[in-house]
Design a protein around this ligand. Structure first.
Ligand code: IFM
Length: 730
């Protein structure tokens, strides 16, 4: 076993079972499968959720509102729990074998992060019978439709082994239960057809009308069976090694009538999968010397982030990845502002596919803008299919900053990769349509010296809703307007004319965007020497954080939203995040002053918050605080810090921990399109290293008593190390 590369569960503890279904889940950006026990449970397992998910495959229901307003989304989107094809039943001399039916010794489960494999094994004994059981599993990173398992049952004492391997048709989402929307459910796909000669089931969703094919391929010849809600095969022997390759094909992803079916062996898939992981770690690893738990924590975070993320341009990444039903599988701004930077500097092709998803859903965003009576495109606050699915508008739909976030990510992607092909159509169209939204939604306001104001929005801080001139929103909208113009200027004349015709951009339109950007209202409070988070932020009394009883946190669970909106309190990094993103524009003293003020009014009740505070604390020399915040997020899921890991991983936080190391301690910044690094070594570590790519050059940065670079591939690059130019090349 590879030291510092494995998450190990030695010995079974039922109390950890639920959260471990998330921790040991396997996914590949398309299929996600919770780590339930394939051989079942003979016993009352109240804390388990069978969960198999397909990215982009969802069910919808009419949303029931107490009071519905114009423009509220009509229907929900819920990532569907699909038929479970992992199941085995194991019998030893007719006795059912699983963790509850015998005496279990040598139990071990290993998540091998380096190779992307989960292996669970134990010795089962009963009435003088004894067998070794092992299940190895992975979701193929190279063949997105495939989930593969290898079951080994090896007698320790002589016995007869029988294995039943099956697809279970009847599955249900847990969401209606946890969201108390029982009257909506059950969310379950309906069985349309069984193809016995192919070990295949075809299901259709009740409302969205999507089809799903679930197919099994076994390495051994078995005896077909069909009963109740299951089909499968039965195998007999004295010792059994059975490979099971499951394929899921969804009509949301491909035309099922043109399906190109191909069965791969377990070993073929595994070989390709291992090579993918090798390449991934060569481009993305972060190593920490001096803290093994942290080392595993970081690799776990990157592993789960990769697993979670759609890579086909048709899907995004949910806030909980594909590990649980939390947030109904929805993607938020977490994708662009948290996940995307990680991929941008490690696997830029994945960053691109996330932006492609936004391009492919641009029409839905245009439609949404029409509904909202504004120009351009308005991206949804939360979505699976590109349409708005947020039923609570004050801390949902009103977070228009999603538009500027996506635009920011497009421009960053271009700065880091120089991918002009992407900008020619996709990138520029996104920038233009989002810029049009700001120009149309904002107004020049007399009482603000005729400045361009963006009123009636919610910024990233969800404890301060529907405000005027949120600093974050205005600052990023300004960038959006400027970058839309810049991107048009990048185009060759012919390309520009084509796009102008396609989008009907008049000659004068870009200059209007620039005028709005130049005149963007950014509030400033002279007395305090601070930018307010929004126009009214300083007019509110501060929430008395210190004297609020511990049991009253999180605030949203204990106070009506209006009581929270009424006070000066931030759920999460807002202005602090804006400063981090646009750091070039602020001097150190300004950054410090804002950090100090806003740190004191932030309760960090979103897992998106700690990491941003850690990064900025690093940059202003608050090294202890930077480290403390980093430590709060580094093992958030592994240690179940929020006590809700069972509902799925905290995707944005996983990515945030990478930013803490590379942007925070590593001091990585882009200034005028150039890469700058100002690393510091946290006192508790002996050294750390990270691998990253910039403009096609991949290199490793090691921070010890000195900083050193190792060139890995690409054309070569100038890096500014502590302000001095260093050449990294072959
Ligand atoms: O997008 C976030 C938001 O910023 C805070 N609440 C949870 C959402 C999903 O992670």
């Amino acid at each position: 076993m590879n030291k510092n590369w494995c998450v190990v569960e030695s010995g079974y503890d039922v109390n950890n079972h639920y959260k471990n279904e998330t921790i040991f889940a396997v996914s590949n950006g398309f299929i996600g499968s919770r780590a339930t026990f394939e051989e079942g449970y003979d016993g009352d397992m109240d804390k388990t959720i069978e969960g198999n998910f397909i990215n982009g495959f969802y069910e919808s229901e009419v949303i029931k509102y107490g009071e519905k307003g114009y423009g509220f989304p009509d229907v929900s989107q819920t990532m569907l729990n699909v038929p479970n094809a992992k199941g085995f039943e194991i019998y030893i001399n007719h006795e059912r074998c699983n963790i509850f039916t015998g005496n279990i010794t040598d139990y071990k489960r290993v998540l091998d992060l380096k190779r992307g494999l989960v292996t669970r094994s134990y010795i089962w004994s009963k009435n003088a019978l004894s067998v070794y059981v092992e299940i190895e599993k992975f979701a193929s990173m190279t063949h997105k439709n495939k989930l593969a398992l290898r079951l080994k049952v090896k007698p320790i004492t002589p016995c007869e082994v029988k294995v039943i391997s099956f697809i279970e048709s009847k599955v249900q989402n847990d969401t209606p239960r946890t969201n108390a929307r029982i009257d909506y459910g059950p969310y379950e796909p309906v069985l349309l057809e069984v193809k016995r000669n192919r070990l295949e089931m075809i299901h259709r969703t009740k409302h969205t009308g999507f089809d799903l094919i679930t197919h099994l391929h076994h390495s051994l010849e078995g005896e077909y069976f069909e009963e109740d809600d299951r089909i499968g095969e039965i195998f007999y022997g004295h010792e059994i090694t059975l490979d099971k390759v499951i394929s899921y094909h969804a009509s949301t992803d491909e035309d099922l009538s043109k399906l190109n079916r191909k069965d791969f062996s377990y070993d073929e898939l595994k070989q390709a999968h291992l090579s993918y992981y090798q390449d991934f770690w060569n481009h993305a690893d972060v190593s920490i010397e001096g803290d093994d738990d942290l080392q595993i924590g970081m690799r776990f975070n990157m592993f789960h982030l990769l697993q979670a993320t759609g890579r086909d341009g048709k899907t995004s990444v949910g806030a909980k990845g594909l590990t649980g039903e939390g947030y109904e599988g929805h993607a938020f701004w977490d994708t662009e502002m948290y996940a995307l930077p990680f991929f941008l500097y490690t696997k830029p092709e994945i960053a691109k596919s996330l932006l492609e998803f936004r391009y492919h859903t641009l029409d839905q965003a245009r439609d949404r803008a029409k509904v909202m009576a504004v120009d351009g495109a308005l991206y949804p606050w939360r979505t699976i299919n590109g349409e708005e699915a947020s039923p609570y508008f004050p801390a949902g739909t009103a977070q228009y900053h999603i538009n500027a976030d996506i635009a920011f990510a497009v421009w960053r992607y271009f700065e880091v990769t120089g991918d002009m092909d992407f900008m020619k159509i996709m990138g520029t169209e996104i920038l233009v349509e989002t810029a049009r939204f700001w120009f149309s939604y904002g107004d020049y306001i007399d009482t603000k010296d005729g400045k361009f104001c963006i009123n009636g929005v919610t910024g990233p801080d969800e404890y301060t809703a529907i405000v005027n001139n949120n600093f974050y929103t205005n600052s990023l909208a300004k960038e959006n307007l400027i970058n839309a113009c810049k991107s048009l200027d990048l185009l060759a004349e012919e390309e520009r004319t084509l796009l102008q015709n396609k989008l009907d951009i008049s000659e004068s339109e870009p200059s209007k965007w620039l005028h709005a950007a130049d005149n963007m209202y950014i509030g400033y409070n002279k007395e305090k020497g601070l930018y307010p988070q929004d126009d009214a932020f300083f007019d509110k009394a501060k929430w008395d954080i210190e004297n609020t009883p511990k049991e009253k946190f999180p605030l949203l669970d204990n106070y009506h939203p209006l009581m929270i909106y009424n006070k000066q309190v931030s759920k999460q990094a807002d202005i602090v995040l804006a400063i981090f993103l646009l750091e070039e524009k602020f001097d150190l003293e300004t950054i410090k002053k804002h950090y100090d003020y806003y740190e004191a009014v932030t309760v960090h009740e979103s897992s998106l918050s700690f990491c941003i505070h850690s990064i900025l604390a690093s940059h202003i020399g608050y090294h202890d605080q930077a480290y403390d915040y980093f430590m709060k997020s580094a093992r958030l899921d592994l240690d179940d810090v929020h006590n809700n890991t069972h509902a799925g991983i905290h995707m944005a936080n996983l990515a945030g921990t990478w930013m803490c190391i590379v942007n925070g301690f590593g001091g990585m910044k882009i200034k005028q399109g150039n890469l700058h690094l100002d690393p510091v070594l946290p006192e508790k570590w002996d050294a750390y290293a990270f691998t990253m790519s910039f403009k096609g050059t991949t290199f490793k940065v090691t921070v010890k008593d000195q900083v050193s670079f190792e060139y890995l591939e690409g054309p070569g690059l100038d890096v500014h190390l502590y302000g001095k130019k260093v050449r990294i090349e072959c």
